[in-house]
Design a protein around this ligand. Structure first.
Ligand SMILES: [Zn+2]
Length: 305
């Protein structure tokens, strides 16, 4: 039970000197766009054209991938238990291996998606670092990745891959792209292109920069602002039906969806308390009481558009 976890990594060592970039997928075992994109990068990136070093991990959380779930059998969320415990269960030992890899890098991109139960609006995110130089690099990485939405959130959340990076002084971003138990082909394409764009921004390779696809950037420094799994909890166990779509502009009292109990004798409406955009929607209809069903990215200057 206490064997060290060896992550399956692919290293591309450039002919020229340069920084070390780490790109990980499958921190959650049911997020497939990341895995596809990273395997494509392993084939596409040519050492003779690379300045620096690229470390690729298509599937960090193999135990969860094999279980067909977000988490492994121990039920622990790998993105909440970093830096882990070498004597602990499989997820805690995977967290040790992941954290060591992050600490060895100069820059880090962690690719996610909504997994089996959620869809997420395509976005790049980062923690609002206290270090202005790191924050500047993270903003540049998120812009270069070129998904439509950029979300900077409080840098004080712990247990995550990005908090390991923060503590090690490694500039890092994460990304989201749909989910719902599928592997979206456009998500895999966007991740592949996004990683190459960031590599060009960080001068690991030469590449023409595409026109910007960014349409919205919000930075929300309020404590806990990036914690998606706590918003709009279901009041009962039952079946959730959304009433909004990804990216929709919502305001207080708008209907977000409703939850119906098994017999249909109870129908609970979930109404919006925030002003902002629909960032994530639960796609798997069965919910337990207190499961988050909708995540809103709050607009801190509502009225601007
Ligand atoms: Zn994830």
């Amino acid at each position: 039970m206490t064997d060290t976890i060896e992550l399956q990594t692919i290293e591309v060592v450039g002919k020229a000197e340069g920084p070390h970039l780490l790109i990980t997928g499958g921190v959650h075992g049911d997020e497939f766009e990341s895995m596809t994109a990273i395997r494509r990068l392993a084939i596409a990136v040519d050492a003779s054209e690379l300045s620096g070093r690229l470390t690729l991990v298509p599937v960090v959380n193999e135990a969860a991938f094999l279980a067909g779930n977000r988490t492994a059998e121990d039920g622990l969320d790998l993105a909440r238990v970093c830096p882990g415990d070498p004597e602990g269960s499989v997820t805690l030992r995977t967290a040790v291996a992941l954290s060591q890899l992050i600490e060895s890098a100069d820059y880090y991109i962690d690719l996610h998606s909504g997994g089996i139960i959620m869809d997420v609006w395509p976005m790049s995110g980062y923690g609002l670092s206290d270090d202005p130089a790191i924050l500047d690099v993270q903003r540049r990485m998120a812009h270069a990745f070129n998904l439509p939405v950029i979300w900077g959130t409080a840098g004080n959340l712990n247990g995550r891959s990005l908090s390991v990076a923060r503590d090690a002084g490694v500039a890092a971003i994460y990304t989201e792209y749909l989910g719902g138990g599928r592997c979206s082909p456009e998500g895999a394409d966007a991740y592949f292109e996004g990683c190459l764009n960031v590599m060009a921004e960080l001068e690991l390779l030469k590449r023409e920069r595409p026109a910007s696809a960014v349409t919205l950037r919000i930075e929300d420094p309020r404590p806990g602002s990036g914690h998606m799994q706590v918003q709009n909890p279901s009041p009962i166990t039952g079946q959730f039906t959304p009433a909004v779509s990804l990216g929709q502009r919502v305001r207080p009292d708008d209907l977000l969806g409703f939850v119906t109990n098994v017999s249909g004798s109870q129908v609970h409406e979930i109404t919006c308390t925030q002003d902002g955009y629909v960032l994530a929607i639960r796609t798997y209809p069965r919910v337990h009481e207190n499961d988050s069903v909708i995540v809103i990215m709050e607009d801190l200057q509502p009225g601007d558009g």
